[in-house]
Design a protein around this ligand. Structure first.
Ligand code: ATP
Length: 456
């Protein structure tokens, strides 16, 4: 049965090197996690799978990798300086600090009771708390020159809109995709990597003509649902949530959240928002007011507005559909979906039934006998042949303990284990064990190469 207990996943992550608490040797830092040797592989595979489906497999999306440090004016005009806040409540007695909308699930450190059951007189009124991190830029630390660490990857897509259009001659509908770090000084940290202060997003801004936005929004919800199932997240674990108008972000006309049944409950995995022309519109206004670049001011023909011309040469500001997914939440959902504890003849087997394209290690090559020169040489050659195919990490396991290796590789989701034995030296066949069925088959190296090409 699949594990629905977050502690089992946390233990696996630590034991096998997927995720560690940041600065653990100094007691750890709340809300920050480090991805270990296998975590970085799984995370990269998730991101690559997203990039492949959003950029490579489509003809209407360009990629971008913009800076994280962001000029305050960008986040002023995006509305983040004013509205990217959570309502914060303090307790005058225990000095606890919680999000006003999370009081029910927060507990007091003194009474250990839910905060809603505490004495209301001790609680302050809610006050807005801005979630953006600030940092100093330049050599003088007097607060006069600072930057924000971006709270979402989206804004630099909007500020680069004209650059991308000018350099690619794109016309709507088209999109710009970006993956990367985002930072939020979250008050309520939650469930391992679910809500953290430093995380990664995979965001697409898809530009369409006004009037075509609602259909595109619907299409993107379908497309994204499909992608999640291709990553092994079952449809039964997903739900769509139409965000009610009083909960919409300041830029959104409509948002559909893809919700996932995380071990701690049903929560947002990805948000798909119709951001209208809010962002391009407000960054255009900014340029009008500030006459930002000398070049734009000099060249009257240059259009600094973040707009496009239609067939009749009339300018319009495109509407934007934004599918925005968190990499860390994707990691947690995929891990949870693939984690199974099975009973095999009275013995427990933990297995990560990851989709092969996501597996951190694609195959383990194991010589039957540790340090046997001929077996190890053949195993090394097979490892190198498979590694050179460029499909992901292949590991040589020279511990000689086949059973232990099988168990370890089941737990980290390696789709196949390849054993090189004395028969291999004679007829060049190897034993391939399948992670899910545990079946073993004798195959030639060429057959394994073909399996690699077809599977990854
Ligand atoms: P929530 O309120 O659930 O924390 P949000 O509505 O503020 O999330 P968005 O601003 O829509 O999130 O961000 C898009 C995606 O980025 C989310 O669906 C989520 O996957 C991810 N994300 C946002 N905040 C965090 C965070 N603090 N930690 C990890 N992932 C996050």
């Amino acid at each position: 049965m699949p594990a629905k207990n977050i502690d089992e996943l946390i233990a696996l992550c630590k034991r096998r090197g997927f995720i560690f608490q940041s600065s653990e040797i100094y007691g750890g830092t709340q809300g920050l996690y480090d991805y270990g040797p296998l975590g970085v592989e799984l995370k990269n595979n998730i991101k690559n799978s997203w990039w492949k489906s959003i950029v490579y497999e489509r003809d209407d999306v360009e990629g971008l990798d913009a800076s994280i440090l962001t000029k305050p004016v960008v986040l002023k005009h995006s509305g983040h300086e004013e509205t990217f806040t959570d309502p914060l409540i303090d307790c005058k007695k225990c000095n606890g600090r919680w999000r006003a909308d999370h009081l029910e699930s927060s507990s007091c450190s003194l009474t250990k009771k839910s905060v809603v059951d505490c004495n209301k007189k001790d609680l302050t009124d809610a006050r807005p708390f801005n979630l953006m991190f600030k940092t100093n830029m330049g050599p003088i630390d007097d607060g006069s020159s600072f930057a924000y660490l971006r709270p979402e990857t989206a804004q630099q897509i909007f500020t680069n809109f004209k650059n991308v259009v000018d350099s690619t001659s794109r016309m709507v509908p088209f999109g710009i995709a970006q993956m990367g770090k985002a930072f939020r000084n979250e008050i309520t940290l939650k469930s391992f990597i679910f809500r953290v202060r430093e995380f990664e997003q995979m965001e697409l801004e898809y530009f369409v003509k006004p009037g075509e936005d609602e259909k595109s929004h619907k299409d993107w919800v379908e497309t994204r649902l499909e992608w999640w199932t291709e990553q092994g997240v079952s449809k039964d674990s997903l739900e769509l949530y139409d965000v009610p108008s009083d909960e919409l972000a300041h830029y959104s006309k409509a948002t559909v959240d893809i919700m996932y049944k995380f071990p701690h409950g049903l929560e947002e995995l990805e948000g798909i928002a119709n951001r209208t022309d809010f962002d391009l519109g407000s960054h255009s206004k900014d340029q009008d007011q500030l006459k930002l670049t000398a070049k734009v001011a000099e060249n009257k023909n240059s259009n600094s507005k973040l707009a496009l011309q239609d067939e009749g040469n009339k300018w319009f500001v495109p509407f934007v559909i934004e599918p925005s997914a968190g990499v860390d939440r994707a990691f947690l959902a995929i891990l949870n979906e693939s984690y199974f504890v099975e009973d095999i003849d009275g013995k427990e087997r933990v297995v990560l039934k990851l989709k092969p394209h996501l597996s951190p290690i694609k195959a383990a090559v194991i010589p039957l006998k540790k340090n046997d020169k001929n077996l190890v040489t053949m195993a090394k050659n097979i490892k190198n042949t498979l590694q050179k195919l460029g499909m992901g990490r292949v590991l040589l396991e020279n511990s000689g303990n086949i059973g232990k290796n099988y168990r370890r590789h089941d737990e980290v989701g390696t789709p196949i284990c390849i054993t090189v034995d004395f028969e291999s030296l004679e007829n060049e066949t190897i034993t391939v064990r399948d992670r899910d069925s545990m079946e073993q088959k004798r195959m030639s190296v060429d057959e394994v190469v073909n399996y690699f090409k077809e599977t990854f």
